[in-house]
Design a protein around this ligand. Structure first.
Ligand code: SF4
Ligand code: SF4
Length: 356
């Protein structure tokens, strides 16, 4: 396994450091030293020096990271464990050493268009429109529900297309193996479809992150303007297309890390919730948020991701949260499975629908 010089520098800087261990959602869930940026760097530094083989155990460890960027954001010296973890995944792919669970997901993606191997969801309608595309993404199509989001856009009088054969954004391939030719090809095919529209409303934060950030870094052009679903809904409230009544209820945003850190988008959810009620902040919010669920990793470490969600509920209880509001299908699904009885959980569109 060959690392770039840049990655080697980051690995060597992290391997004896302990400073960000407290922010890792996986490390906090498992309580294991191996689930810290430092331990991952220590293992990879030995691989980079050819002191040990790039073994199954080290590769599994590389897949025990959500790429949420919590460590990177906490790092006062600017080192980036996400970068070297992604490079280590790419290395496993190039060396033909991908774990079986990763290969299964890639096979599913090739056969069914989603890593979960799910058949087409019959509950998702098909709409046509020339200007605006509502892009749901594979997590929601395979594992979630977009009924309320669709209803909300309809109530606002937005005309939009929902595709029968929505392309894959390349987000899951990017997560699993990173910059291989197949990922780029998938992204290019998706960008071609998106470019048929003037506006794309992207429902899933991770798809939005990839479309708005990674496509640019990879030189993939999209002619359409891409907006996150949350920012689009905030605009609908601001321009009066959605007239909400303030319920006076207390809402707490669960900032999604890919939105809050990678895209620096934290205000739209607060604009929406303050129009619908009052905003009660969560412990560790905005760019310091903690991930509360990850569906891709749920495929091979469901028990740990349940603990990740459970830990976020503990934060919520400590902050006297009444209603936790999420923008992400993955976080919603895991938070729902671990929800305490006395706290409500809602997606952002549910909150708005209730206040119309
Ligand atoms: S990311 Fe920064 S704080 Fe975390 S282990 Fe590396 S050097 Fe230390
Ligand atoms: S990216 Fe997230 S999951 Fe991975 S080591 Fe950093 S904090 Fe932990």
């Amino acid at each position: 396994m060959q690392f770039t010089q840049k990655s080697k520098e980051h690995i060597d800087s992290c391997r004896f450091c302990w400073m960000c261990h407290h922010v890792c959602p996986i490390g906090n869930a498992t309580g294991l030293e191996r689930n810290t940026a430092r331990a991952r760097a220590l293992g990879l530094s030995l691989v980079a020096r050819d002191a040990i083989q790039y073994s199954e155990d080290i590769i599994n460890n590389v897949y025990e990271c959500t790429l949420c960027g919590g460590c990177m954001t906490d790092c006062v010296t600017g080192w980036d464990p996400v970068m070297f973890t992604k490079e280590a995944r790419l290395g496993a792919a190039l060396d033909g050493k991908l774990p079986e669970y990763v290969l299964t997901m890639i096979n599913n993606l090739n056969e069914k268009g989603n890593i979960y191997g799910a058949d087409k969801n019959p509950n998702i309608p098909v709409f046509e429109d020339k200007d605006t595309l509502f892009f749901l993404g594979e997590d929601t199509r395979a594992k979630g529900c977009a009924k309320n989001a669709v209803e909300l856009l309809k109530k606002a009088g937005v005309s939009f297309a929902l595709l029968e054969n929505e392309p894959n954004s390349g987000a899951s391939m990017n997560f699993l193996v990173g910059a291989v030719a197949e990922t780029k090809e998938m992204m290019e095919q998706c960008a071609k479809v998106l470019s048929n529209y003037k506006t794309v409303i992207c429902y899933d934060p991770y798809d939005a992150d990839v479309m708005l950030r990674e496509y640019k870094e990879w030189g993939i052009e999209v002619k359409a303007e891409i907006k996150t679903f949350t920012s689009f809904v905030a605009e609908l409230i601001k321009n009066g297309a959605l007239k909400v009544k303030n319920s006076g209820k207390s809402y707490t945003p669960q900032d999604n890390p890919y939105l809050a850190r990678d895209l620096e988008e934290t205000q739209p959810i607060r604009d929406i919730l303050s129009a619908c009620g009052t905003v009660n902040e969560m412990l560790l919010n905005k760019e310091h948020t903690v991930l509360a669920g990850q569906l891709i990793m749920g495929e091979y470490m469901d028990d740990v991701i349940l603990k990740v969600a459970d830990a976020r509920w503990t934060n919520a209880k400590n902050m006297d949260v009444k209603t936790l509001v999420t923008e992400s299908t993955a976080e919603y699904e895991y938070l729902l499975r671990t929800k305490p009885e006395d706290i409500e959980l809602k997606k952002v569109e549910e909150v708005v629908l209730e206040c119309l």
